[in-house]
Design a protein around this ligand. Structure first.
Ligand SMILES: Cc1cc2nc3c(=O)[nH]c(=O)nc-3n(C[C@H](O)[C@H](O)[C@H](O)COP(=O)(O)O)c2cc1C
Length: 249
């Protein structure tokens, strides 16, 4: 199997970096091939803007969707976007490693999606969700939080984790991926707020790393979350009465 880590953290000694290293180790031990998109280390530019398009379809008004479509068709997509697409195309499993920042994925990862999931090339009105470009491939979000696990229970202070991860996971589903249940490392809070004693914190981090390792060792048995698909929606996109529930909750 070919595995791609999309690693989104600016600090090489962070807990996020430790989780990516463990992941790489586990898959290499299994004999899988591993690639890493290290977004900060590679200085990925997450800002979708006119400068990325050297031959515009319209130089008077910048329409990101129109320019993406045009660049895909003309084979003039920016080199970094082409590199990311090639990495995704090689991967059977894509692991997204990121911290929760402001109740969501960091802007870097969101911007990576804005630019890499190219309109008219990697998705269209008929090529999305369960007919998406990456169907048959799996994606797994591994997120870290500062707040402790209890604070993510329904109505809790930190917000519900399914809602926090929803836009990232649903966008990946939009692109056709099967979404494996997320792995969340709670309470990764070394500075500022402290929710545990130093000893307790160190123990929790070790337990979390070991849970991550076990999760990846058993990844082949994971079943994807269930999201509605084309057959579940009517012509305006409304859920038909009998469709099964989504992976949102
Ligand atoms: C800009 C920013 C926003 C954050 N927002 C949240 C948040 O909404 N919820 C939360 O639980 N932690 C939040 N945190 C804490 C991070 O999730 C936490 O520091 C990170 O998961 C720890 O992993 P690391 O040591 O690898 O950075 C935030 C941190 C930063 C820097």
């Amino acid at each position: 199997m070919q595995v791609l880590f999309v690693h989104c953290h600016p600090e090489p000694t962070s807990f996020n970096a430790a989780l990516t290293s463990i992941g790489v180790e586990v898959f290499e031990e299994r004999g899988d091939r591993v690639e890493i998109s290290d977004l900060y280390a590679e200085s990925f530019d997450p800002v979708e803007k006119p400068d990325h398009y050297i031959r515009r379809s319209d130089t008077t008004v910048f329409s990101p969707l129109a320019e993406q479509r045009h660049a895909y068709r003309e084979n003039t997509l920016p080199a970094d976007v082409r590199r990311e697409i090639a990495r995704l195309e090689r991967a059977d499993l894509v692991v997204f490693q990121f911290p929760i920042w402001w109740h969501s994925a960091p802007a870097m990862l969101k911007g990576w999606m804005d630019r890499v999931f190219v309109s008219g090339g990697l998705y269209s009105s008929t090529m999305r969700y369960d007919t998406g470009y990456f169907r048959g491939r799996r994606a797994l979000c591994s997120a870290t939080t500062g707040a402790p696990e209890a604070a993510f229970e329904p109505g809790g202070r930190a917000g519900e984790i399914d809602k926090i991860l929803w836009s990232t996971q649903y966008s990946l589903y939009y692109m056709g991926f099967d979404i494996l249940p997320p792995f969340v490392s709670y309470g990764v809070q070394g500075h500022g707020f402290s929710y545990a004693s130093d000893d307790g914190f160190a123990r929790l981090m070790e337990e979390t790393k070991s849970a991550w390792r076990s999760r990846l060792v058993g990844i082949d048995a994971d079943r994807p979350l269930r999201f509605p698909g084309w057959e579940d929606w009517d012509e305006v996109g409304r859920l038909r009465p009998k469709a099964e529930t989504s992976g949102r909750s």
